[in-house]
Design a protein around this ligand. Sequence first.
Ligand SMILES: N[C@@H](CCC(=O)N[C@@H](CS)C(=O)NCC(=O)O)C(=O)O
Length: 117
Amino acid sequence: MTIILHHNGPSTCSQKVRLVLAEKGLDYESREINIQAGEQHDPDYVKLNPNHVVPTLEHAGGVFIESALISEYLDDAFRLQARPSYEAAVTSQFPEMVIALLRKNGAAVWSDVEALT
Ligand SMILES: N[C@@H](CCC(=O)N[C@@H](CS)C(=O)NCC(=O)O)C(=O)O
């Protein structure tokens, strides 16, 4: 499903949404609205955004206005999958690594004591 973003280059509200799209690696169709030339007042655009401002996002048959709400929508619709990291893998194996190290150095660990009782 294509994402269409009606936006303006220097507009901070548009930049906010473009940052979210970039962060999530999402491709989108760009529709530049020249607000200096008053294109935000074009009757066809006002049908999408009755506030006469940018940005406006179209996706999945819906029209979204207000940069904060658009950002929240994108965050919900395209939630990033947590990638298992090396650090996470090491952290989850940490207790086993400590036990192995203790055993290697001749220390008895709880499971060794249990095995003797
Ligand atoms: N609360 C809106 C504000 C949008 C807004 O004010 N956009 C400005 C650009 S940052 C705009 O389109 N201005 C055109 C105008 O006021 O005519 C949002 O966050 O989306």
